[in-house]
Design a protein around this ligand. Sequence first.
Ligand code: GLY
Length: 367
Amino acid sequence: MTTRIAVATEPGYEVLVGAGVFEFARELAAPRDVLVRDSGLPEALGWLETSGAIALPPGEEAKDWESLGALLGALAHEALDRSTTLFVVGGGAALDLGGLAAALYLRGVEVVYCPTTLLAMVDASVGGKTAVNLPEGKNLVGVVRQPRAVFADTRFCASQSEAEFRSGLGEVLKCAVIGGERGLESLEHDAAALAKRDAAALERTIARCVRLKARIVERDPLERGARRVLNLGHTFAHAVERVAGFGRVPHGVAVAAGLGAALELARAAGVLRDATLPARVRRMAKRLGLPASIDALREEFSLALPPRKLLEAMRHDKKALAAQPRFVLPERAGKVLHGVACEPSLVERVLAPKRKRAPGTARPRRA
Ligand code: GLY
């Protein structure tokens, strides 16, 4: 089956979700179009072996000036004109870089995204954010520019490593909380099948996340307000990723732990109206094999993650105002506030390790 979701931005586009939709992308491509692919992808994907495809460095390595310059140089070398569409096949990093190159080359050519990871299917491929990193931080340079179409082929999820797939589940959990009662109930219903990467459960779940994101991005494409709710759990997650060292904790796994921390902070700050939500999210995280708190992350990755270092990292977050972190906090499922300022002492209390180490167990590695 294929699910089609219309995204009513300016311009609008369709997201196709299902097993086999990659073939539709292939049929759409004209001879002048260019395939840009993540070089880390498995070879047995037919179209990807096409000679003339431009290969990007694998994963997050792709998101720097050098790779952007190399990709723009390759497009210019082929003397591609404005009628060219870039078909970008890969994870979130490849899509972020390919989308930015498409926005810059000849002041803008069209781009089609074929996400190959669960994380990119539910997040990076929809909404038009593009970016490269700077040594000073992640995603500091980019534009918002919507693609021509998105083809999310669930078959790609089958070849993902367990760690990569789990990272996608972190964003899925975040979407369920933003999606309200129906979002949570649907994920509760699909969690077991999803963990087994069942094709129908994947299609339903990805489609739900894409629909949710589409409705939010349509209202606020440039993230002036409402779109910020999609950053639920991210202020904590980015701080964890920075303090642990980028690449050590997969992004979506950090988001799951960040979501737990956001719920704790919402309770401590008196924002949370549904007292049952934290336990419900914890149960769901457990079923999906995700950490539901910063403490669980500390334990799993043997990290110290000192509260003061995390707090310091939050002051550098893109969403900080005058070096004061701003938080996205749930009131209840489906009602999420953004731009919330909290006392640093309160945040530090939430970040403080709560689990006592059993006598004789090793102290976590410092980071
Ligand atoms: N990743 C959040 C957004 O696209 O707004």
